[in-house]
Design a protein around this ligand. Structure first.
Ligand code: FAD
Length: 384
């Protein structure tokens, strides 16, 4: 409860209770079924959207609740501690909604934001390519202006929500010869646009239920009114969107860690060996102590980055710290939770194996831990 006391006002605490009650009814009963069937029901996503949980960062005039970043962390943690794949499906909608809100025109916001806010339409954020992973400026997808249209050619990989999203926010070069940091632009590509095809070849280690795939663009005609923000400013737009992504992913990690701690405590108190609950053995008690401490530190980092965002301060370094640390902690915590469960932990009869498989994603997606450390070092060395 301490994190809430430190960071949440009365409205945010009420929100947490409301979200908890809602998710206890809608998500908790099927959190394991989603993992086993590897399918997230669209009806669940719609329910979560209608409850307003896709829209904490979107203003009321566009159908959102405008509750801010702390509220976003609360919602993200609460969804993630039940089933993080559901939260990962929601994340591109949060990010594209933010991008549109910050950089879109009034008519783009009016047209698209209310549908994103309620999850009536799902989103994808499309940057990664064969040549552009950690180096986002290495993209080769090209958008060439012809009259009042752009002609898009190229391919994206590892794209979350590929096939189920309606709106794809695609980063492409609008000037092939210039410095890519000043030659990238963002386009909203609607599904079913001629020349735009999707493949889903990947099986994933974790995140069961998340759809991930490859996007191909062959002479796709995009109307110029689908350009988001100024032409050539795509890299700068991406950097600001990444800051929001890092806080979101940190909260997803902390959701996994909260669930792993709860599972470890429950198991340790009920599993009897040598005539006693294993929670009475110092080796197990120390593991619980370490898990609780790591989780507390990860949440402090995440909520303090969110607080900076709410205050309108720069939070680039803090968001990267939170993401790198929370993801490392989630992997370590899930691993220890498996260990506390012994043989049971290695089976699919207990959720801790899922937490471990899911946690690993977060050291890779949204910028690897190595890239977060490059950013932290860059920002730290800038300061005097
Ligand atoms: C499940 C999943 C979902 C994803 N969803 C999306 C999505 O929705 N949209 C999207 O655009 N992308 C998405 N991605 C892609 C993800 O963002 C990239 O995988 C990630 O940024 C790493 O890029 P890469 O895989 O090409 O690895 P690479 O960049 O090839 O990195 C390989 C290794 O080298 C290290 N490395 C690279 N450069 C450096 C350096 N300069 N210094 C030190 N180490 C370095 C990396 O840290 C890593 O360990 C997703 C990925 C996965 C697995």
């Amino acid at each position: 409860m301490t994190i809430e006391t430190l960071f949440c006002d009365a409205r945010e605490r009420r929100l947490k209770e409301k979200v908890n009650n809602f998710l206890n009814e809608s998500l908790t009963p099927i959190q394991e079924e989603i993992n086993q069937k590897k399918e997230i029901p669209r009806s669940l996503i719609s329910k979560i959207g209608k409850e307003g949980l896709f829209a904490p960062l979107i203003p009321e005039e566009y159908g959102g609740s405008n509750l801010g970043m702390i509220a976003h962390c609360i919602i993200t943690e609460e969804i993630s501690r039940r089933n993080v794949a559901v939260s990962v499906t929601r994340t591109p909608c949060i990010l594209d909604g933010y991008t549109l809100l910050r950089y879109g025109t009034d008519s783009q916001k009016e047209r698209y934001l209310p549908k994103i806010a309620t999850a009536e339409k799902l989103c994808s954020i499309c940057i990664t390519e064969e040549s552009a992973g950690s180096d986002a400026a290495g993209i080769q997808t090209l958008a060439v202006k012809e009259g009042d249209e752009y002609i898009l050619n190229g391919s994206k990989r590892f794209i979350t929500n590929a096939g189920i999203a309606d709106y794809y926010f695609v980063w492409a070069l609008t000037d092939q010869k210039g410095d890519p940091h000043h030659s990238m632009s963002v386009f909203l590509v609607e599904k079913n646009t001629p020349g735009f095809t999707i493949e889903n070849p990947y099986g994933l280690l974790g995140l069961n239920g998340v759809k991930n795939g490859i996007l191909n663009f062959k002479d796709v005609h995009i109307p110029e009114e689908n350009l988001i923000g100024p032409e050539g400013k795509g890299f700068q737009i991406l950097m600001s969107t990444f800051n929001i992504e890092r806080i979101t992913l940190s909260s997803e990690c902390n959701g996994i860690s909260l669930a792993a701690l709860a599972a470890a405590k429950k198991y340790a108190k009920t599993r009897i060996q040598f005539g006693k609950p294993i929670a009475s053995f110092q080796a197990i008690r120390f593991k619980i102590a370490q898990i609780a401490t790591k989780l507390y530190a990860a949440r402090l980092l995440t909520y303090s980055a969110a607080k900076l965002a709410n205050l309108g301060e720069n939070f680039t370094k803090e968001a990267s710290m939170a993401k790198a640390f929370s993801s490392k902690m989630a992997v370590e915590i899930a691993l220890e939770a498996v260990q506390i469960h012994g043989g049971d932990g290695y089976t699919d009869q207990y959720p801790v194996e899922r937490y471990l498989r899911d946690a690993k994603f977060f050291q890779i997606g949204g910028g690897t831990s190595e890239i977060q450390n490059l950013i932290i070092a860059r920002e730290e060395l800038k300061e005097e």
